[in-house]
Design a protein around this ligand. Structure first.
Ligand code: MRU
Length: 364
């Protein structure tokens, strides 16, 4: 199939030349090394998502969509005369397995559900035709993400001024999406247009996505970036160095509560105190219409070793000490100045502005 040239820019997750596997950049190796990993089996995909080799809500969704297609190929290879219902049944089992790899980013189940719906809409097709249709759907999900990131970046940029100081948390750049990113998109687009921003990147404990990925991406994009520890955010705000906060999102509830990387809510509370706009950026696929508030969003708990050992040669704490390691927190909608989507900028009250994105009118 003829691919959009821009598709090739999405280097972090891509189908191999013969379409039989998926190649990702192993994000756990950055910034030390750019290493590519080939994913061929269900366990490869599950492991890559669970261990954050591929991470960031939209990139997880894209990888899972390709994973679904590759699982379909594996089933067809093992049983080329498999009947439609049996094929759907086996693929549903693999879908549920992939979907259980991480709970918070809704893009994972969103992409898998979309792939399954595509399968269910082609009952009359042959196995070979189904494989081609699923391949096209996974590619479409990635190409749409490129367009969505461009739109989000443009809307976000309209809220910034040349020379602004920006604070960001975690990583919501090209590595977490396809191109541009969401939270970092306006900065990369603005730089392309000759604008200059001064970005402060929270390191983002415990897995250091800000240090390892955000400062790497911004530095490579020629953007002035200064890495800070998470506990320095208050100081740079107090110093008057920050004019806006930009973050991505893993799941948005219909009242505007937002789940994003642990520590995001603390940044939003500080921004409110210092009177700094706090912007959340993400595609409409990150809005979960089944969650009315942030209390409905499942929060992933990860291994204590990530706090006690990861990235250090020596233990950081006694091995027997108790740890609490939630990977995400929920930022209350009252702290959020605007939610910037590919369909436009939503302002409070979010119950109305988010519903309007789906064509739903709510009472005033
Ligand atoms: O645990 P991670 O690294 O997958 O968490 C990622 C984030 O919290 C990002 O900010 C979010 O997914 C938005 S990515 C465009």
């Amino acid at each position: 199939m003829q691919r959009d040239a821009r598709f090739l820019q999405a280097e972090n997750v891509r189908l191999s030349e013969n379409g039989d596997s998926v190649i990702i950049i192993d994000q756990t190796q950055l910034p030390g090394a750019v290493k590519y990993l080939e994913l061929r089996t269900d366990v490869d995909f599950y492991d890559a998502i669970l261990k954050l080799k591929v991470r960031g809500a939209p990139a997880i969704g894209i990888c899972a969509a390709f994973g679904y297609y590759i699982m379909a190929r594996r089933i067809a290879e093992a049983d080329p005369v498999c009947g439609y219902e049996e094929f759907c049944h086996r693929l549903q089992d693999r879908k549920e397995y992939l979907n259980s790899s991480r709970p918070t980013a809704v893009n994972l189940s969103w992409a898998l559900n979309r792939m399954e719906e595509t399968l269910r809409n082609h009952e009359e097709a042959s196995l070979q035709e189904i494989l081609e249709i699923l391949e096209e759907e996974a590619i479409a999900i990635q190409q749409e993400d490129i367009e969505m990131c461009r739109k989000i970046s443009g809307y976000g940029l309209s809220l910034l001024k040349d020379g602004d100081g920006i604070l960001t948390h975690c990583n919501a750049g090209p590595l977490a999406t396809s191109v541009y990113g969401t939270g970092l998109g306006p900065l990369i687009l603005g730089r392309e247009q000759g604008m200059n921003f001064h970005v402060y990147s929270d390191e983002t404990r415990p897995l250091l996505q800000g240090a390892r990925l955000t400062s790497y991406e911004l530095q490579k994009a020629g953007i002035d970036v200064t890495l800070i520890c998470d506990n320095m955010a208050s100081l740079v705000m107090k110093n008057g160095w920050i004019q806006a906060c930009l973050v991505g999102c893993d799941r948005v509830a219909m009242n505007g509560d937002v789940a994003n990387k642990i520590g995001t809510s603390g940044v939003a509370i500080l921004a409110k105190y210092y009177g700094i706009p706090f912007y959340v950026l993400g595609p409409v696929s990150t809005i979960d219409r089944t969650c009315s508030t942030g209390a409905d969003i499942p929060i992933e708990l990860r291994k204590p070793e990530e706090i006690k050992e990861m990235f250090y040669e020596k233990p950081m704490a006694l091995s027997e000490v108790k740890c609490y390691n939630p990977a995400f927190d929920v930022t209350d909608h009252e702290l959020i100045t605007a939610i910037i989507t590919d369909r436009g900028i939503c302002r409070p009250p979010y119950t109305q502005s988010l519903a309007a994105l789906f064509g739903v009118e709510t009472p005033n």
